[in-house]
Ligand binder design. Sequence first.
Ligand code: SF4
Ligand code: ZN
Length: 310
Amino acid sequence: MEICTKCGNPKIVIRRKQSGQALCQDCFVESIQKKAIKTIKKEKLLEKGDKVLVALSGGKDSVTLLDILDTFRQRNIIDLCAVTVDEGIGGYRQDGVAIAINHAKRLGIEHKVVSFEESYGITLDEIMNRPNHRGSCTYCGVFRRWIINRVAREFGASKIATGHNLDDETQAILMNYLEGNIDNLTKIGPITDSKSPLFTPKIKPLREIPEKEIGLYAIARELEVHFAGCPYSQESFRGEIGEIIKNLSKDHPTIMYSTLSGFDKIKKALKKEYKSEFEFERCSICGEPSSNKVCRACTFLEELDKKVIL
Ligand code: SF4
Ligand code: ZN
């Protein structure tokens, strides 16, 4: 009979193909927390006194992130606050928003829900009904980052934490590599800092943990989580890449780990060789930092005949 490799408990919840480890529920939960803490320490993602804004969608990744960061809050190392962006995706986002509100209330932290509708006068569903749109995820990412950056400044946050997991990171590496988008490639990492003081540094404490282990963690910790997937996710190039990596992982269980660690090793050289030429200025329309006269959010909104509602 197989027993937990750490404590001998016969009730196994996970077998890690990549390491041969088998773990019971308690040892599994502890291993995930330790892994995130190891990333936080190794990459110096948190400093005592940080006020961390969690981008909280209500999905498994952001709820797990909140759960782990809360252990730092309980020890008075950091302060936490949260923001939830409602893109206006009918039949999908409402459930996540309700769950996010519950978690923020439960922990008693500052929380704000901001919609595309109130920020831009248009929902993502409405954009997708327009002819010649650029694809759901292109708008979603740009508009969401714009909102989160603003809320970070409003809350006086010193860091923004996002729930990106190992699958997300390897997808981003492969995607940008295949698209030849070296500038984006140099921005992938555990902490995204920017030259502009208007940007709050973004941290990714879960980037070394596979997506399915985060799902299992949320279940093991009995966290209320929105498990449904976005109806637009399959349409994206990222979705296609995700499928390829998932299929490869079946016979090569370490492939995501090696992609990430290999990338982290070459990143320094890449950054040195490929210095971004961008100088930040303020967007002439909304005032947010931008590498062009008009930021991407305002450019997209102009195409849609809309404007940021300030
Ligand atoms: Fe937005 Fe695309 Fe993610 Fe859906 S899959 S939430 S559209 S980025
Ligand atoms: Zn702008």
